[in-house]
Design a protein around this ligand. Sequence first.
Ligand code: PAF
Length: 291
Amino acid sequence: VTEKLMAVAVIERIDRLRARLADARRDGQTIGLVPTMGALHAGHRELMRQARRGNEVVVVSIFVNPLQFDRQDDLDRYPRTLDADVGACQSEGVDIVFAPPAAEMYPDPPLSTVRVGRIVDRLCGQFRPGHFDGMATVVMKLLQIVQPDAAYFGEKDAQQLAVVRRMVADLNVPVRIVPVATVRDGDGLAMSSRNQRLSREERPLAVALYRALRVLEASVAAGETDVATALRQATAAIPHDERLRLEYLEIVDEHDFQPIERIAAPAIAAGALWVGQTRLIDNVRLVPPGR
Ligand code: PAF
């Protein structure tokens, strides 16, 4: 029986996971962690594939983390598809799915949390108070529980990736953070668990944010350096439709996510767009000519 055909182990308890990983570590095996909230899609599969290629043991965590939701209705409506998720992990050759109940992760409301300053103040952080603190706290807990050699994060959540990188650097967490390129649908829509919430009529509209980001990319590549001008052009590319509401579209420094006025070095353009009741985010890297 090849390793790929072996059943993925679904583990709910931290002590059991630690015991299983201690064995692997004793055998000198490297461990890769893919943290997720489930509702796995092609973007997650790409994370799993990279983790599979780079490590002897692959752990996928599936935990809808209540701490990172700023609205109860968003937490309640978040898709939960554990059986299908375990199937996806199995077919990607994952070794362990760590799917703890909330009481296992938070036996008591935590008094210790992680807050990464400055990077979290803008963009999504401004519109989702506490989101990045909750995310950083659970990622820190997962890194402590699994103690992986490498952990894999999608570039679709660029601000999340920047927060995690800074947390790991600031707190000397011995893990390699591996960024994985955004996986897109045929029309360019970034894969997201939230896409499942779009109605058939809303789905074609959802690509509007990526189209606006592509306008930005093209104008910066053509030599535009003024952020306000570039943003005006991109915003104008979003169709007027009562179901679409642009929450933000900004250009920020690629490391600390602070706003810039001129694009003199590679930068990140990031946005959040409401499509009906669904909030979608996306970003692109802007590279001025010759950089
Ligand atoms: O990106 C996600 O799915 C979540 O924010 C993460 C990293 C799994 C933490 O809950």
